[in-house]
Design a protein around this ligand. Sequence first.
Ligand code: IMP
Ligand code: MG
Length: 181
Amino acid sequence: MILEEHVDHVLIDRERVQTRVGELAAEISRDYAGVDDLLLVCVLKGAFMFLADLSRRLTIPHAIDFMAVSSYGASTESSGIVRIIMDLETSILDRHVLVVEDIIDSGRTLDYTTRNLSTRGPASLRICTLLDKKERRMIPIPVDYIGFEIPDEFVIGYGLDFVELYRNLPFIGVLKPEFYE
Ligand code: IMP
Ligand code: MG
């Protein structure tokens, strides 16, 4: 079985992803210049690859921490019920927090996550997402950094999964319908 054969089409190829990640890293490095306690909060699992590439391209000091949140079962639709599966290891009190997400769809996951984080007294709280399915938004979320706006299609690759598969693909692609039916 060749994983690539499950892909209907490539939406954003590896090179475009990498170029955009570099641009975001440059923008964030500029915006946070002089901030010495930046904390990147990676929302697992989908954002792990984006976080890894983004972090490597930031030119400013920063710490990283991880948090796992789930709003999906084995489906391509958000259930609307958000759970924290794994919380941060560190306190974010008085720290500058940048939440790193893979994709914003309905907005439910990030709405819940940012509300939760903001009760912990961060010095600032911003959001960076690689992908934004804007037309699907149910809850408005102020997003500070967006990699790409994408159409309403279920995407996989570069960290994003369908039933835990395809995260390792180096591009963002659309799955063939026969694989999620
Ligand atoms: P929201 O709560 O509806 O905004 O969903 C956000 C979460 O759903 C993301 O963090 C992803 O984990 C997942 N998700 C949403 N759309 C997709 C997709 O097209 N492919 C893979 N995962 C997705
Ligand atoms: Mg996610």
